[in-house]
Design a protein around this ligand. Structure first.
Ligand code: FE2
Length: 429
């Protein structure tokens, strides 16, 4: 028996070590100790972690890498970011959006990020960004799964034309229904938008992912309506609420009612820790709220939770490098999730959990799964997050599509080692 590729002596995210992964025909064909077979290519993992690829379930690829166009966000607020994006929108060209998105996908691949759910703004009668990202989706399909969400950035009811534009975007092939209920003119309009958008998803058999309650207002409770409509329309397991930052500020008693409702409805939660920590709490003096939604508490109710990057070098956020380990690290800090169990969960929240929310077929490390893998310069998931570990190799369909040299510093110190390998400091066990 021969393989196209064997990765030898790998550690897996579930804690197993010393395993070989055999790949044939673009799929994982064996995961066992000491595979005795030939292979077209053999990679020695040397005990390092092999994971399925990173997944970013919340991103804005139509805005990425546009930092400074046409100007910078001076206040750093969400509302100035939305206004700034509104200034940029008429200036966008198809070619520029495609080029920036492709460049971002290059960066993503180098970071082992091979699946991205991107919202695409439909509040532009030209649907220029929709056409551009559909083209990008086709172009990157061989190496990156791009799932698009029809997102009415300026409000489904508040923005003239958005109702029609959203339908047109779905007709063109955008596959997830978005929304922004807290940005509608009234609470009633927000609730009505959730109802209408969920009905569209139910009619078309689509998933839902709404920017929901991205505000510090504890009375912004659209996630309650989202859970209700999910159950009413039988959309369980296909709906996600993104951001949910108002929950950070909600009354504890109300949350104790809300979380079981979300769990019953099978509504997933997507936090965006890098963005939440800089965008929320902006009207506070001191203490300043962190804004990230209640991930540890939602986990206790069995709600599926994931973390997204949301933004990289755009009107809302001027930093970022497509590194989902940086996202996980921020979540751990913001959410006080420093137990070993919670840190291991944070790794799942940028890999297997978002893959489930996106409905990715063949994702994982079991035999039969797609041979999409990342070899990290770390021994386990916690060390990977600690180090923002180097992606030594990125595999797509059994083929190595990106490689990065190991991080290794040379020292010139009397009586000390000659090199420092950052991945050699993990505690045992
Ligand atoms: Fe977003």
């Amino acid at each position: 028996m021969t393989f196209d590729l064997i990765i030898r002596n790998a550690a897996l995210p579930d804690g197993r070590t010393g395993l070989d992964i055999g790949v044939r025909g673009g799929r994982i064909a064996a995961v066992e100790r000491a595979i005795a077979a030939e292979a077209g290519r053999v990679v020695d993992a040397a005990g390092h972690l092999v994971s399925p690829p990173f997944v970013d379930v919340h991103f804005h690829m139509d805005a990425t890498l546009s930092l400074g166009l046409p100007r910078l966000n001076q206040s750093g607020t969400l509302l100035e970011g939305i206004a700034l994006w509104g200034e940029l929108k008429p200036l966008l060209t198809h070619e520029a959006v495609v080029e920036r998105a492709l460049r971002y996908c290059d960066l993503a691949v180098s970071q082992g990020l091979l699946a991205i759910r991107s919202h695409v703004d439909v509040c532009d009668d030209r649907l220029l960004a929709v056409d551009a990202l559909l083209e990008v989706k086709r172009k990157v399909a061989p190496y990156l799964d791009l799932q698009l969400v029809a997102f009415p950035q300026d409000g489904y009811y508040r923005s003239p034309g958005a109702v029609d534009n959203l339908k047109r975007a779905l007709d063109k092939g955008v596959e997830v229904v978005g929304g922004i209920p807290h940005f509608e003119r009234t609470m009633a309009d927000g609730a009505a938008s959730v109802r209408a958008l969920c009905e569209i998803a139910a009619e078309r058999g689509l998933r839902v992912d709404m920017h929901c309650d991205e505000t510090d207002d504890p009375l912004s409770r659209h996630v309650e309506t989202l859970a209700y409509e999910t159950q009413r329309l039988g959309l369980e397991g296909r709906v996600a609420g993104s951001h949910l930052t108002s929950m950070h500020s909600m009354d504890n008693y109300y949350v104790s009612k809300l979380l079981p409702l979300m769990a019953e409805a099978g509504v997933a939660a997507i936090a965006n820790p890098l963005i939440n920590i800089v965008i929320q709490g902006r009207h506070d003096t001191y203490p300043k709220r962190r804004g990230m939604t209640r991930i540890p508490e939602m986990r206790q109710y069995g709600i599926l939770c994931a973390f997204g990057h949301d933004c990289v070098m755009d009107p809302w956020y001027s930093l970022g490098q497509a590194d989902m380990l940086e996202v996980a690290a921020m979540a751990i800090h913001v959410g006080h999730m420093t137990s070993r169990e919670a840190m291991r969960f944070a790794f799942d929240a940028v890999t297997v959990n978002p893959a489930r929310i996106m409905g990715l077929e063949g994702y994982g490390l079991e035999v039969g799964c797609k041979a999409d893998l990342v070899l990290l310069q770390a021994k386990d998931p916690i060390e990977a997050i600690r180090l923002k570990a180097t992606r030594l190799a990125v595999v797509r369909g059994g083929r190595i599509i990106a490689e990065t040299p190991a991080r290794l510093s040379r020292l010139s110190l009397e009586g000390r080692p000659e090199t420092v390998d950052p991945a050699s400091y993990a505690p045992l066990g």
